[in-house]
Design a protein around this ligand. Structure first.
Ligand SMILES: [Zn+2]
Length: 154
């Protein structure tokens, strides 16, 4: 059974429109085409939507009240905060992992090798990161770590 998200009426699975209200029934999203959002992005989208709607609601309610002589409040802060959160969530969720972040992940692994005393492995890892992420902060950090390591080995 497919429950109508609009009026709540149960409909046969193959139904395309709700027998109760005539709205199109939502089909299960295809997992391959549906955008995947990270938990942080999802949280931002939800928080952003709530702030945005809350801000618009306050603005709308006070605006109607103002027509009959009250004060009109534009909840601009809530709307702006909500919009920023929402867009960051939407953009961040679908953005592929950044090269710099990948560099830092590898750098962290290399630091672990060094901490475990696997100096040669760590040096090779730093060198590889410094070469492959040369133009990123992670690459610079790897190069410095390699220089420090070589200085200590002398
Ligand atoms: Zn319905």
């Amino acid at each position: 059974m497919a429950k109508c998200s609009y009026c709540g009426k149960e409909n046969p699975d193959q139904a395309e429109v709700c027998a109760g209200c005539g709205m199109a029934l939502a089909t299960t999203p295809d997992p391959q085409t549906a955008p995947t959002y990270s938990p942080l992005a999802r949280k931002r989208i939800i928080t952003g939507t709530l702030w945005l709607l809350g801000g618009l609601l306050v603005t709308g309610v006070t605006y109607s009240a103002a027509k009959s002589g009250g004060t009109y409040v534009l909840a601009w802060g809530a709307i702006a905060f909500g919009a920023v959160q929402l867009f960051q969530g939407l953009l961040g969720g679908r953005r592929p992992p950044r090269v710099e972040n990948a560099g830092y992940d590898e750098l962290e692994a290399a630091t672990h090798l060094e901490a475990q005393g696997r100096i040669q492995d760590a040096a090779a890892a730093y060198k590889s990161i410094a070469e492959r992420f040369a133009s990123t902060p992670a690459g610079n950090d790897a190069r410095k770590s390699l220089e420090n390591l070589e200085a200590r080995l002398k």
